[in-house]
Design a protein around this ligand. Sequence first.
Ligand SMILES: C[S@@+](CC[C@H](N)C(=O)[O-])C[C@H]1O[C@@H](n2cnc3c(N)ncnc32)[C@H](O)[C@@H]1O
Length: 304
Amino acid sequence: MALLDLFDMAGFAPIKTSPIPAVNVATVPQRSPLRYPGGKTWLIPHIRAWLKGFRAKPRLLIEPFAGGGIVSLTAVMEDLVQRCLMVELDHDVAAFWHAALRFGPTMKELVLGFNPTRDAIVALAASQPCGIVDHGFRTLVLNRTRRGGILAPGAALSRAGENGRGVASRWYPQTIAHRLDEIDRHAKRISFCETDGLQLLESLLGCSNSRTAIFIDPPYTAGGKRAGKRLYAHNEVNHPGLFSILADSKQDFLMTYDYAPEIVALIDKHGFSVVQVTMKNTHHAKVPELIISRRPLFGEEASR
Ligand SMILES: C[S@@+](CC[C@H](N)C(=O)[O-])C[C@H]1O[C@@H](n2cnc3c(N)ncnc32)[C@H](O)[C@@H]1O
């Protein structure tokens, strides 16, 4: 069934397609050392257009569900914002960001010195990390050697891997080291906080200003969808609560969701703007993603 039929059945106005297509991820600089399931590299042209549209360059970009952090990293490295604040609840992912931002050169040495045999990876997975660098490095290795980059409980090691190279098929030491170098170079402008993004957002929104931008990419679990549950250890998000927090503030935000009637209802309830972008998922199926904002950003006023 076509997407527009779904919207008509749910009784909502059709959602306009963004004039900016989802970009082929190979054409965008990859800046995160993590391979992130649900990563937003494809969205980068929208992010650039949104942030360049501010009257003055945003002083702060807040990313309350940071994951691989591709949006924050791009915004700082391309000088689209002055600083960013990345927030993530997953303790392992948080350890990676603490280590990368505070101990970049040591992390780089560990990456260049690691021999990613199956035995070494299994031993690392079973180990209890001592200290933030050990922990962050363990996260990085497991992320790059597990199938789909999935760190959630139950994730398996890659088997055949890319080009039959086995577990190490996504372990590119020079590339990862280069990305760590770039993060280290910009670390003074990147803050990271391990906490609940929703709570942090609620407390920050009261005191932020027109030069704060918020990018929100929560786990996709609205309407009982399972993708977010399988991919992330932390996946319970109060979606109506998130929409209400945003509606109660005046803050400029960009938020992504996959299509779920519950989300379309929340968009309508709060009078937010929305466009859709067609994405190819990991199984090469075409799926719609929603890009939601407070004000029309991508020509959506024509249809809603
Ligand atoms: C869709 S992913 C973000 C992907 C990211 N935009 C990227 O491009 O790499 C959602 C992330 O939110 C995290 N998360 C889930 N609940 C959270 C919460 N309450 N506070 C902060 N982070 C949370 C998950 O661990 C996951 O890393």
